[in-house]
Ligand binder design. Structure first.
Ligand code: FAD
Length: 339
């Protein structure tokens, strides 16, 4: 009897990445995506590859988050809501916004940062940098005021103690290296072990490479049911349902026997989680994404035009600016976390 495939549910960067790695290790894969590949968060990300993302459980974020509950224009806005889930999450979040948790989270995220950077270096070899517009020349975090400059320096020192190199750039150096930044700045931090890519193209490149290794990709197909086949966790059945382009169901359900199921459904609260007996431990957040024409090139920039550009973070504003082509991608961080 041929070996059963592994079902990967969710065609974002995580699902496509898992499908690729498992397929090239020799596993049979069925990748199931309810819309199109990269139609979720992965299509709207800033694509920045960071040296251990700054943890949110920082004492200053608890204060900022509380203040922002009353300002819907704040970068770190949480909509005040009187529901148990939101209040319980907020209580836990505030409880953990202490230096000890921040240090512990920094250690974990830094480890993940080193690991991810190595994975990207490998994908650069196996997929080709041009397939996903990958650049590993570093990234700059910009401070416009003294308080933010101090915060950035402290963060850099923390990351420095976890093996990341960094360089403080004066306002003049920021002006030279990041001409996209206008107006006064107090300087910023340059992290060489970081970079960016086009997240949509990365997802498509991973899926296409998985396909070359034999993976089957089912787009516009939702996974709607999940159960153990033999009651002993040795095999499972995924119930899938092809969808019309409008997202409505075609009504024709199929059952696929698989060896294992990987749930890579991102922020989607899929009923599959409940059916698998899992409780998600994280709350999804929301962000926004804007494609902005390159000012100097009337929007028609090519990679050649933008060669010297670094991905940027405007630290106080929490705005991410990534020099993609043909347009600059501008992203903002969480609005409430209880979507
Ligand atoms: C504004 C913004 C900017 C960001 N910037 C960065 C950044 O610079 N760097 C960084 O590292 N991260 C960034 N992120 C985070 C990053 O985008 C996400 O962590 C990542 O894309 C998550 O990938 P995923 O595959 O888990 O989820 P998704 O890309 O959301 O994929 C999940 C997929 O599962 C599918 N799905 C759900 N349920 C089912 C089902 N039942 N059946 C079939 N398919 C299903 C969905 O349709 C979706 O396509 C950013 C996020 C936002 C919002």
């Amino acid at each position: 009897m041929p070996e059963l495939p592994i079902a990967v549910v969710g065609g974002g960067v995580i699902g496509a990445g898992i499908a690729y790695e498992l397929a090239r290790a020799g596993a049979g894969i069925v990748l199931i995506e309810q819309k199109e590949l990269a139609s979720g968060c992965s299509g709207g990300s800033a694509g920045q590859i960071t040296p251990g993302h700054t943890p949110l459980c920082d004492p200053q974020y608890a204060k900022a988050g509380f203040a922002a509950m009353f300002d819907s224009r704040a970068a770190f806005y949480f909509e005040p809501r009187c529901d148990c889930l939101a209040l319980a999450w907020l209580h836990e979040f505030c409880r953990r916004c202490v230096p000890a948790w921040r240090e512990a989270a920094t250690a974990v995220l830094a480890q993940l940062g080193h690991f991810s950077f190595d994975v990207f270096q490998e994908w650069k070899q196996t997929l080709g940098a041009e397939a996903f517009d990958f650049h590993d020349g570093g990234r700059i975090e910009v401070a416009r005021d003294d308080a933010t400059a101090q915060t950035l320096q402290k963060q850099a020192q923390r990351l420095g103690s976890h093996g990341f190199t960094w360089e403080w750039l004066s306002a003049d150096k920021i002006a030279a290296r990041a001409p996209l930044v206008t107006g006064p700045t107090r300087g910023g931090v340059y992290y060489p072990q970081s970079g960016y890519c086009d997240p949509r193209r990365l997802t498509l490149a991973l899926a296409s490479a998985a396909q070359k290794h034999g993976a089957i990709i089912r787009e516009r197909t939702a996974a709607v049911g999940l159960r153990e086949d033999d009651g002993k966790g040795r095999a499972a059945v995924v119930e899938i349902c092809p969808l019309h382009e409008s997202g409505t169901t075609t009504g024709s359900h199929e059952r696929v026997a698989v060896a294992a199921v990987v749930l890579a459904t991102g922020a989607w609260r899929s009923p599959l989680w409940r059916q698998a007996g899992l409780t998600p431990l994280m709350e999804p957040g929301k962000g926004y994404h804007l494609d902005y024409p390159w000012p100097a090139f009337q929007g028609a920039a090519t990679r050649q035009h933008t060669q010297c550009a670094y991905p940027l973070v405007l630290a106080a504003e929490k705005i991410y600016v990534t020099p993609l082509v043909p347009q600059i991608a501008i992203e903002g961080t969480p609005r409430d976390g209880f979507a």
